[in-house]
Design a binder for this molecule. Structure first.
Ligand SMILES: [Zn+2]
Length: 259
């Protein structure tokens, strides 16, 4: 599943290659990917304009358009990639034969090039005026006071809390496990019971993991991530990792180091 770094690569690709090119056609005929819009609605709004920005908050991405046009929201879903002309960003490509059929939404430019949302599982999304204001602050940037205030409340397990995109945006399953391990916090604990010093440690761990992955172009290179499997052991103390489902996602942690 694309996590924050993969989405950032897609955003950077759009910024580098797709801005300031006049839009002459839009294929928005996939009414599931383009919900709630009717076919032709996104095309009507975009043809004749240009994309002028490529922005991201957490895992949500959007482009402002020229002439006060509507923002275009693009979401990669589970398996989506952005392709601009011949360059790609996102999950590794599926088999070549699948490729064309997986084009769910596309924008064609006056110079003959195109921006395509390619997604074999069809869980990505293109829509006008996405609801960006429902998202929490970006996980790689969130300040200490904001993090304490937003994360450190409620009875929800802390792992589920940090993955709630309306609380902070951009923490996926792998990054959550890595950061909780690094901070020494049991993922099952109610978020509201964490001490301020624990919340500060967790924030530092999330920011460090998110920034490291962004720097490495989307590669997760944490210490715990490679050990997240049956027979996996804690990279710090060697204890066999525990596994459970938390917030609907498979979770691994060290029962000795994470309290
Ligand atoms: Zn350990």
């Amino acid at each position: 599943m694309p996590e924050l770094p993969e989405v950032e690569r897609a955003r950077a690709l759009i910024e580098e290659r797709a801005l300031h090119r006049r839009i002459v056609a839009v294929d928005d005929t996939d009414t599931y990917v383009c919900r709630p819009h009717a076919p032709g609605e996104i095309a009507d709004a975009l043809v004749g304009r240009e994309l002028v920005t490529a922005q991201r908050q957490g895992k949500s991405m959007w482009c402002q358009t020229s002439g006060d046009g509507p923002a275009l929201g693009l979401h990669l879903g589970m398996t989506g990639r952005i392709v601009v002309d011949d360059a790609e960003a996102g999950d590794p490509p599926p088999a070549a034969a699948e490729t064309r059929r997986a084009d769910r939404f596309s924008i064609r430019f006056a110079d003959g090039g195109a921006l395509v949302l390619r997604d074999r599982r069809r869980l990505g999304r293109a829509r006008l005026e996405p609801l960006i204001d429902r998202l929490g602050p970006d996980a790689a940037e969130v300040g200490r006071a904001t993090f304490r205030e937003r994360v450190g409340r409620g009875r929800t397990a802390v792992k589920a809390r940090i993955m709630d995109q309306s609380v902070i945006a951009g923490v996926g399953n792998l990054l959550a496990d890595e950061a909780l391990w690094k901070a020494g916090i049991d993922p099952r604990r109610p978020a509201g019971e964490l001490e301020e010093t624990e919340l500060d440690r967790l924030r530092n761990a999330i920011r460090a993991a998110a920034r490291s992955a962004l720097r490495k172009g989307g590669v997760h290179t944490g210490a715990l991530i490679p050990a997240r499997h049956r027979d996996g052991a804690c990279p710090r103390c060697g204890t066999p990792l525990h596994r459970a489902t938390i917030g609907g996602r498979t979770t691994w942690w060290c029962p000795v180091d994470q309290r």
